[in-house]
Design a binder for this molecule. Structure first.
Ligand code: ADP
Ligand code: MG
Length: 240
């Protein structure tokens, strides 16, 4: 099945103006299909986070089109984009964005509750997602009582809960030790193999090695988009 989940078509983004104008993305084309995990690598400031936030409809590009499951975001109302985000997209942000007054489980099931899932169904799906990141025991803890690595895993569970079709993860293993980080990558890979699609921004070659493809960004442009096999010479170490 070669179904297209995400397509960026000539996406350009800029910040500021005049002398302070920053070209964060320039004419980026990218397609991610179902069952495909794409890693994005590139130096700091190359546009990785901007690309993710545009792909997830959190930012509107200055030019170009964003299509999720064939639907153009630019043609939708704000309400339609919000609904699509709740149902189909899962984000893992660099700073986790957990709500401090909600428990781990409550944070994870928030998107499902907003979407009208019955509590019992939502809680079961949330417990499963937390189990998949090895956090069953801390399900009822508040974010402040969790370590950085545990908070990161809650954020990851929230991104995959309820079977999202597109998972967008911005350096999701930054606060994790290597064994836990490896577990998170394996879980992400499993979700993709089960029918999702994902983009993983990472600095680490051994994490990118879990991907089907690696896209390299530099100064807002895609400089290389290779199948993992082709990119192997660029990378050291392989996780699989
Ligand atoms: P990366 O995630 O690869 O480090 P970013 O997408 O965060 O890159 O940033 C790309 C470029 O856009 C950088 O030069 C950054 O300074 C700039 N930038 C990002 N966000 C903003 C913003 N909100 N306002 C102004 N400049 C920004
Ligand atoms: Mg970034």
């Amino acid at each position: 099945m070669n179904e297209e989940i995400l397509r960026l078509d000539g996406v350009t983004q800029e910040y500021g103006e005049g002398d302070l104008l920053v070209q964060a993305l320039q004419d980026v084309n990218l397609t991610v299909k179902r069952r495909e995990l794409v890693a994005i690598m590139g130096p700091s400031g190359s546009g990785k986070s901007t690309l993710l936030s545009i792909a997830g409809g959190l930012q509107v590009p200055a030019a170009g089109g964003v299509y999720i499951e064939g639907r153009r975001l630019g043609g939708m109302t704000d309400g339609e984009v919000a609904k699509l985000r709740r149902r189909s997209l899962g984000f893992v942000f660099q700073d986790f964005n957990l709500i401090p007054t909600l428990t781990a489980l409550e944070n994870v099931i928030l998107p499902l509750e907003l979407d009208g899932f019955r509590q019992r169904v939502a809680r079961r799906a949330g417990a499963e997602a937390l189990e998949s990141v090895g956090l069953s025991e801390r399900m009822h803890a508040y974010p402040d009582d969790l370590s950085g690595g545990q908070q990161q895993r809650v954020a990851i569970a929230r991104a995959v809960v309820g079977g999202r079709s597109l998972i967008l993860a911005d350096e999701p293993t930054g606060a994790l030790d290597s064994v836990t980080g490896e577990g998170v990558l394996r879980m992400l890979r499993g979700r993709v193999d089960a029918g999702a699609a994902a983009i993983l921004v990472t600095h680490e070659a051994r994490h990118a090695a879990w991907a089907d493809r690696i896209v390299f960004l530099r100064d807002g442009r895609v400089v290389d988009d290779s199948r993992r096999d082709g990119a192997e010479s660029l990378l050291s170490g392989s996780a699989r």
